[in-house]
Ligand binder design. Structure first.
Ligand SMILES: Nc1ncnc2c1ncn2[C@@H]1O[C@H](COP(=O)(O)OP(=O)(O)OP(=O)(O)O)[C@@H](O)[C@H]1O
Ligand SMILES: [Mg+2]
Length: 208
């Protein structure tokens, strides 16, 4: 099973993945926890280039770097894990590309999706948990760093990303839009409920 966590910077992806992983372990399931871009040595190297604030990377190059990392990620991390029957929890996947390079960078969405499908070989998540917080709210959580070229983009870029995510929640299949502004445990309850609604055998409604 392939579960993806999405949302703007500071929306709580890493926090919620950690909590879901802990709850799965309590159920005797050891998930594969990973992140994009990255998750492999090649992926982490591509990530370093893609996010280096000292490098000039145009929008198309940025898209292709993300997709290069994704190709390696799908083939080396996700497919083998799924073939072994594991639960994969990924911090970001294709919705990030649609929102950041399609929405944020204003690249044509149909082309972005086409190229993405080449990189993934058509592998879609079983469910995408989209944590919805305002850009300002995520920013106020103080995780923003000047060492990340994309995080360092201007406010209007991040507003386009947030808007694009909300549009995608309506247009893409298998996306659960979760209000991300509450207390960490309340957000987690909503995340778990979304997982339990779709896959009650893996994510028991009342936990383990
Ligand atoms: N619901 C919440 N309420 C208050 N603070 C939160 C909440 N969820 C997460 N945080 C805190 O906000 C900060 C950012 O959360 P987290 O790192 O999980 O976000 P993220 O989506 O992974 O961000 P990034 O995209 O930058 O990796 C962390 O310090 C975390 O402890
Ligand atoms: Mg994170």
């Amino acid at each position: 099973m392939f579960i993806v966590f999405e949302g703007v910077e500071g929306s709580g992806k890493s926090t919620q993945i950690r909590l879901v992983a802990e709850s799965l372990r309590a159920c005797g399931i050891e998930p594969v926890v990973t992140r994009e871009p990255g998750g492999t040595a090649a992926g982490e190297a591509i990530r370093a280039v893609a996010l280096d604030p000292d490098l000039h990377v145009d929008a198309v190059a940025e898209l292709l770097l993300m997709l290069a990392a994704r190709s390696v990620f799908v083939r080396e991390v996700v497919r083998p894990a799924l073939a072994a029957g594991r639960v994969v929890l990924s911090d970001r996947y294709e919705l990030s590309t649609f929102a950041y390079q399609g929405g944020g960078r204003s690249l044509p969405m149909d082309k972005v999706k086409e190229l993405n499908a080449v990189a993934t070989g058509g592998l879609r998540p079983d469910l995408c948990i989209l944590l919805d917080v305002d850009v300002e709210h995520g920013r106020a959580r103080g995780r923003w760093s000047a060492t990340d070229r994309i995080e360092g983009e201007e406010r209007s870029f991040h507003e386009r990303v947030a808007r694009s995510y909300r549009d995608l929640a309506r247009s893409e299949p298998d996306v659960a839009l979760i209000e991300g502004r509450g207390e960490i445990q309340d957000v987690f309850a909503a995340v778990w409920e979304a997982l339990a609604t779709s896959f009650p055998e893996t994510f028991p409604p009342r936990g383990c």
